[in-house]
Write a new protein. Structure first.
Length: 259
């Protein structure tokens, strides 16, 4: 009996030893890559935050041309709009419509709603001082570094983003950073909390172009699944950025034309 118990104890010790060896091997091997990626990702995020802070003032007192195209496929309605978009010295946004062609339903239900929401959000952000609550920063997101890779014929650092909170304005998706400046060149994803009960799902993408150390928003596309009219699509292009001068005039700051 004692011999049986001794053999059983020996077998148990051998099994535990094998498990321990495997765990030690995993502990020694896996973090070599994980820590390296984590360190590089953390360093890139620090550079990204510094780059955004440095360009914050450069994105104030700006005017730009805006060209919108909207569609409601289920209703077979579409429209195009040309406007001027201005960002004040305190970050407030205003629009001046220059022209519209198409169905008024698209103008009112897609374009006007988007512009009103953006203007209201910019005003609320300044008043409540809660801009950081929706910023793409580690306080709001888990950043998972996916590596340096080619996307859309560009060499970029790719991060997978997962929001830490289910909050309006946060999304689950990706962030691409320019290797040289660590400024954003692409953001895309799906909102984790819908801003309205009439919206079932909202997806978006934003593309930036870097000029003189500043990331200018060049294109944005949204696709919203509504409960009433189905999908509503909006594509926006931004061009010809200029800055308000002390002499009440404007000077070009980025010769970015429509593609």
């Amino acid at each position: 009996m004692d011999d049986i118990l001794e053999r059983a104890a020996y077998a148990e010790r051998s099994f535990l030893n094998r498990i321990s060896i495997i765990l030690i091997a995993l502990f020694c091997v896996v973090p070599v890559f994980g820590d390296s990626d984590q360190y590089q990702g953390s360093t890139l995020i620090d550079r990204y935050r510094q780059a955004l802070a440095h360009q914050e003032d450069a994105l104030r007192n700006l005017s730009m041309e805006v060209h919108m195209e909207g569609r409601i496929p289920k209703l077979k309605k579409e429209g195009k709009m040309s406007a001027m978009r201005r960002i004040s010295s305190i970050g407030k946004i205003t629009y001046k419509v220059l022209g519209f062609w198409g169905d008024d339903t698209v103008k009112k239900e897609v374009m006007a709603r988007y512009m009103t929401a953006e203007v209201d959000a910019a005003g609320q952000t300044e008043e409540k001082d809660d801009k950081q609550s929706i910023a793409i920063i580690p306080e709001n997101y888990e950043f998972k570094y996916k590596g340096l890779t080619d996307r859309d014929q560009k060499r970029v650092h790719v991060f997978e983003l997962k929001p830490r909170h289910k909050r309006v304005g946060l999304f689950k998706g990706e962030l691409w950073l320019d290797p040289e400046t660590c400024l954003p060149v692409h953001e895309a994803g799906r909102l984790v909390k819908n801003p309205s009960v009439f919206i079932k799902k909202m997806e978006f993408s934003r593309d930036y172009e870097i000029k003189d150390g500043v990331a200018y928003l060049r294109r944005m596309a949204t696709k919203t699944q509504t409960r009433i009219v189905g999908a509503a699509e909006l594509n926006i292009e931004y061009a010809n950025f200029s800055r308000q001068t002390d002499a009440a005039g404007e000077e070009p700051v980025a010769e970015l034309r429509r593609h």
